[in-house]
Design a protein around this ligand. Structure first.
Ligand code: NAD
Length: 486
């Protein structure tokens, strides 16, 4: 199979500290692979404590001495809009690099690049519109709020849709006047290396944005434990979130945790079945299934169960697996051989836990690369590991239920609580089920589309705190109350 390699790949991926592109102090590097050939295409600087120290010192200087935290929201907003313009203008290049590094289908990577631009535009607008409480007690007191940036924010991001998820933290962190150190995921450092140039061109002052590449246990760990970093915004696995939580505890840091999921899609017998099939196919197979909000458990009411499974399996078999750069591709290559092995081990496990009705391994015609055929297991019991554990690939478990009570018990019967998707034409039931389901976000008869003003986050093992809209602004700012006696 031909292998597309973008032109102009960097000869080395470096850190970006205090406005300079630099190698690690000790010269350490790690290999970066592309998921189609699984060959090393570049070396990236592997940040250690010393590199994190330099980056935090630069960010700290920019915070205490630089103009950024003291600029008016409107001035910062202009820079953010310029960043959005530059991201938009480079969307095709960004998508090309992201696809090459992550294996995401190119059309979906392009959508993620545009979303990254939108994240900057959204927070640029929001900080200008920001309103804070003021209360007057006549003849007694005036009370108002001083909203202040906090300092150096440590941003730690995962490898799924890396550029977009970085933007979701970078935009509110800097919009509010903080300075940052970003530690992107080690599987996918390529697109993050474009931020420096974009920020410089947009006029972001030196030292506001710093980037240190490297492994989680080294660079990430040093960032979490750095005493001059009062905030950590983390997106990644629940297990990593627990470790970070522990490491940040002695410093009482502000933490935002966006963690894993095993989200249910609940299909009642009265639902529009074709719409539910389409949406639930998209919900677990888009972004290669490497999606925190993937509807990876489908619960179907018994009266329509057989019909649903049949339609679903037939449609899953039509999902186009292909070279990530081919615009016809719907499922590309999984990010890394280690992750591929993990997903494949669940596929094998599933053969003993459920009834395989589509996929089940490497698709025909793809002897190499991290390709997995869209895989569907039916009749999966609730204690199965493929029902309980996050697989993070194109693999779905379908389970029948009888009545609302059992549907709710199954939906809530896992440790996660990120998203839930509910399909029913009974309005009352839809709202009551949404209220009862343990999920941070619910979609009723709807695909995963959302307004950026709404809260984003999970309950139970899926996270701590919410991002989105003013909640992000609140996380990245101190709200000091001032009381004046009249
Ligand atoms: P991961 O937890 O392995 O890594 C995430 C980041 O944390 C990486 O940058 C990694 O280097 C770093 N890291 C690892 N160990 C660390 C440590 N000890 N200290 C500091 N940093 C450390 O997650 P991943 O495999 O990159 O991403 C996939 C996971 O992310 C899935 O569980 C998925 O559900 C979750 N996710 C959640 C959301 C959400 O918004 N809830 C969004 C996307 C992904």
């Amino acid at each position: 199979m031909s292998h597309y390699i973008p032109e102009g790949l960097p000869d080395r991926i470096r850190h970006y500290i205090d406005g300079e592109s630099v190698d690690s102090v000790g010269g350490e590097t790690f290999d970066v692979l592309d998921p189609v050939s699984n060959e090393t295409y570049v070396q990236a600087a592997a940040g250690q404590q010393a590199d994190i120290d330099l980056a935090v010192a630069a960010a700290r200087r920019a915070f205490t001495e630089g103009p950024w935290p003291r600029m008016l929201p409107r001035e910062r907003s202009r820079v953010l809009h310029r960043i959005a313009d530059l991201v938009e203008a480079r969307d095709a290049r960004l998508a090309e690099l992201e696809t090459f590094d992550t294996g995401l289908p190119i059309t979906q990577a392009l959508g993620q690049a545009r979303r990254a631009a939108e994240n900057f535009r959204f927070f640029a607008d929001l900080i200008v519109a920001q309103a804070d409480d003021t209360y007057k007690v006549p003849g007694r007191q005036v009370n108002y709020v001083n909203r202040k940036p906090i300092g150096v924010a440590g941003l730690i991001t995962p490898w799924n849709t890396p550029f977009m998820l970085e933007s979701w933290k970078l935009a509110p962190a800097i919009a509010t006047g903080n300075t940052v150190v970003l530690k992107p995921a080690e599987f996918t450092p390529l697109s993050a290396s474009l931020w420096a140039e974009i920020f410089e061109e947009a006029g972001l002052p030196q030292g506001v944005f710093n980037l240190v590449n490297g492994l989680g246990e080294e660079a990430g760990d040093a960032l979490v434990k750095h005493p001059d970093v009062p905030l950590i915004s983390f997106t990644g696995e629940s297990r990593t979130g627990q470790i970070i939580f522990g490491n940040a505890a002695p410093f009482l840091k502000g933490l935002s945790m966006e963690l894993g999921g095993k989200s249910p899609a609940v299909v009642f017998a009265d639902a529009d079945l074709d719409a539910a099939v389409d949406a639930t196919i998209f919900g677990v197979f888009s972004l290669n299934g490497e999606r925190c909000t993937a509807g990876s458990r489908i619960l179907v009411e018994r009266a329509v169960y057989d019909q649903f499974v049949e339609k679903y399996a037939a449609q899953a078999k039509r999902v186009v697996v292909g070279d990530p750069h081919d615009p016809r591709t719907e499922v590309g290559a999984l990010v890394h051989p280690e992750h591929y092995d993990k997903v494949m081990s669940y596929v094998e496990l599933g053969k003993g836990e459920g009834r395989l009705v589509a996929g089940g391994g490497r698709p025909e015609g793809f002897p190499t690369g991290n390709y997995v055929a869209p895989t569907v297991f039916a009749d999966v019991p609730k204690d199965a590991r493929i029902f309980q554990e996050e697989i993070f690939g194109p693999v779905v478990a379908i389970t029948p239920f009888d009545g609302e009570e059992e549907a709710l018990e199954l939906a809530n019967g896992v440790k996660y609580g990120l998203a839930a998707y509910i399909w029913t034409n009974d309005l009352k039931r839809a709202h009551n089920f949404a209220q009862a389901v343990e999920a941070g976000m619910v979609w009723l008869n709807s695909n995963n589309v959302r307004d950026l003003r709404t809260p984003f986050g999970g309950v139970k093992a899926s996270g701590l705190g919410h991002e989105g809209g003013y909640r992000s602004i609140d996380f990245y700012t101190d709200q000091q109350a001032v009381h004046i006696t009249l």
